[in-house]
Write a protein that binds this ligand. Structure first.
Ligand SMILES: [Zn+2]
Length: 318
């Protein structure tokens, strides 16, 4: 009657977000108590089911418990002769027990705790053959609710598998854009002029937002903390969320335009976020329908300066 060792759970990132915005690691960690309780309930149910079906097994197990209790008292009394007698008694009972189990084809570990999900052993994360850690398929609910809390509530149908590389007959271009954005998200963009800020510029109606969202979702799926916001939302997001945006692993700001930075204090808010994130080497992507050169000329001065040294991802013809 051994208990399975609790599987190690990856430690949550050092930031603790006291907002409605929770990271996938936090959401999964919060559910672990419930998962453990479910495992225990499953175990109890399994035991009562087997005992009901095989009352003689229950009887033996009751006797084993009784012998163990008596032996415990004998140990306290230091009564070696009695201890020996109880040891022999338990051995005999165990032999009987094994016979009942074998004869009736009962699972030998019917009274042990079992993982609810064997794939991730209830940690919520699986490791692929290439070493990539991903949220397990058993945590779809947590994943969906994390997408919602990370600025993507309106985009539940946006999925990476629906991103068409060959949309509008520009296969190579679209695939390249996707891979470049993924590399930025993963921090794999090589080169000497590596910048934590990236500007992704493509014409209107070219699927920028779709791509931005599926890359942001991929980040969360890989256990990162990530957020998607429209640039103008920076004027209305709560202070807790704005504070969180400074520290999450990956941030995408969509519909970035020079005019947006000039009103409602957006330029100042964005500037602070970008500076804090750059200092920690955290990647931020600004998504815009405008050419970068135009933005550099017209933006809030502080943002303009940052755009100049940013990494640029542009669609063909930009
Ligand atoms: Zn799982």
């Amino acid at each position: 009657m051994t208990m399975t060792a609790a599987a190690a759970f990856p430690t949550a990132s050092s930031i603790c977000l006291e907002t409605d915005m929770k990271t996938i690691k936090e959401l999964i960690r919060e559910s672990l108590t419930e998962v453990a309780a479910t495992r225990d309930i499953n175990r109890q149910n399994n035991i009562s089911r087997i005992y009901k079906q095989f009352p003689d097994l229950k009887d033996i197990d009751d006797q084993i418990l009784e012998v163990r209790n008596s032996r415990f008292i004998a140990v306290i009394d230091k009564d070696e002769r009695l201890i020996k007698r109880f040891d022999i008694a338990e051995e005999e009972l165990q032999a009987k027990r094994e016979k009942i189990i074998a004869r009736n084809n009962i699972e030998p570990d019917f009274d042990e705790e079992k993982f609810i999900c064997d794939k991730c052993e209830d940690t919520g994360f699986t490791k692929g053959s290439d070493g990539t850690v991903k949220v397990c398929s058993c945590r779809k609910n947590e994943l969906e609710s994390c997408y919602e809390q990370s600025g993507m509530a309106d985009y539940s149908s946006y999925k990476m598998k629906n991103y068409r590389d060959d949309y509008l007959g520009n296969g190579a271009g679209r695939k390249k854009l996707k891979n470049e954005l993924l590399k930025v998200m993963l921090g794999l963009d090589e080169g000497d002029n590596r910048s934590p800020l990236c500007v992704f510029s493509a014409p209107p109606q070219s699927g920028k937002t779709f791509l931005a969202i599926v890359v942001c979702k991929t980040a969360i799926n890989l256990g990162k903390s990530a957020y998607y916001a429209k640039c103008e939302e920076l004027a209305t997001l709560g202070t807790d969320t704005l504070e969180a945006l400074k520290h999450i692993d990956f941030l995408i700001i969509d519909d970035f335009a020079d005019t947006v930075t000039l009103y409602n204090n957006v330029g100042s808010v964005l500037n602070t976020i970008l500076e804090t994130r750059a200092a920690s080497g955290l990647n931020t992507v600004l998504v815009t329908p405008f050419p970068v050169s135009e933005l550099e000329r017209k933006c809030d001065m502080r943002i303009s300066g940052k755009l100049q040294s940013a990494k640029k991802i542009t669609s063909e013809g930009r």
